[in-house]
Design a protein around this ligand. Sequence first.
Ligand SMILES: NC(=O)c1ccc[n+]([C@@H]2O[C@H](COP(=O)([O-])OP(=O)(O)OC[C@H]3O[C@@H](n4cnc5c(N)ncnc54)[C@H](OP(=O)(O)O)[C@@H]3O)[C@@H](O)[C@H]2O)c1
Length: 434
Amino acid sequence: MSKSLRLGIAGLGTVGTGVLDLLQSHAKPITTRAGKKIEVTAVAARNRGKKRGHDFSKLAWFDDAVALARSPDTDVFVELIGGEGDPAKAAVEAALNSGKSVVTANKALLAHHGAALARLAEAKGVALNFEASVAGGIPIIKTLREGLAGNRVGKVFGILNGTCNYILTKMANEGRSFADVLKEAQALGYAEADPEFDVGGFDTAHKLAVLTALAFGVEVNLKAIDIEGIEAITLGDIRNASELGYKIKLLGVAVAHEEGIEQRVHPTLVPKGSPVADTDGVFNAVVVKGDFVGDLMLEGRGAGAHPTASAVIADVIDIARGNFRPAFGVPASELRPYREAPKKAHEGGFYVALELHDRPGAVAAIARLLADQKISIESIVQRGKLEKDTPRAVAPFILITHDTLETAMRAALARIEKDGHVAQPPRMIRIERL
Ligand SMILES: NC(=O)c1ccc[n+]([C@@H]2O[C@H](COP(=O)([O-])OP(=O)(O)OC[C@H]3O[C@@H](n4cnc5c(N)ncnc54)[C@H](OP(=O)(O)O)[C@@H]3O)[C@@H](O)[C@H]2O)c1
């Protein structure tokens, strides 16, 4: 057996210690599969005194991740610090510049600098592997880069954030409010103290940006993503959707159109009984539509120390075996510039919630304004008056449309609001019929 592969690991938090656990517990099969021993020889983190459940006394310790990345006593740099900027960025660049392959779990770094880093890795003839950066333990990067390499992918979408999926699932199953379930998710450690990054859809957007580049062979473009979080989803929306045969999920969706690429992150109605609708709790799911393979879905744990470590170690084993693949599936020089589809390109069904002033002719007026935009209604749920004591009573009015252009839908809703038919601005949620 050839000499060992020496890892330098920067970041010894949730994922870093998960990687150490896995290397310790599965040392033998990993060595067999890799064809050589994988050993950690150096580590970096901020606080040397912190208890982490591992003995670092025989390893080289670096306070500076960039110095570790350059260290000649390691072969592969494993970046598990996180964040789009330094020290993660500087350290990854330093490792690549010194001719070292890199394994990273850092979606923020890739979403912002993916194409440049892929070019640098390729120029240096080394690997840039990032299986753990999207959907934790689900091997979606390898699936897109290798398993589906013969296909033209038309669409990729999925549930990419376990925190949001946990919150939406609990709201639906237990009839609790967003704020209430969020508090519980924070107490259980599923949601950060500042949950905006997760519930605002930004984490999903980072992951989607990476998937889009891989699926369509284009440069990563985070800025082109329309992002909407789950903060405004009410229990009423979830109940209405359920009555109409749908569940609400936060999806990241990327579609390749003739005119360009569409990327969006938003709460979405998905039909009950579909595999995505059945992906509940902290689980993630990614669906790929390939022209030869058809539809394919992978479901699994999208975060956590051990699932994420599983993905990191798969990347390390690839490097040990000498498997080098272009980071985004095509040589970096062949990555096409990102071309954004015009906004009107999105066509689909919509869930619309209106708080109608309860007066004669209101429903007919709504139907007419929708018809003006050639929008046809699939189903309607009208509730009785909610606020009987208020002088101008409102009646919640929920409708599902057949497929229509988003621009038409927005124009109709703007007109409904402008004409004074509603007590609150209309709310709409897109539908993916899957
Ligand atoms: N957690 C998950 O389930 C998960 C899943 C998929 C991907 N990821 C990605 O994996 C990466 C790591 O996430 P994590 O959850 O393990 O984070 P974490 O628990 O916060 O750990 C971060 C580690 O980085 C170290 N660190 C921070 N700043 C540093 C600096 N300036 N120099 C050196 N070390 C520094 C910290 O050191 P101290 O310990 O000394 O403070 C800590 O050990 C992120 O990119 C994240 O997006 C995480």
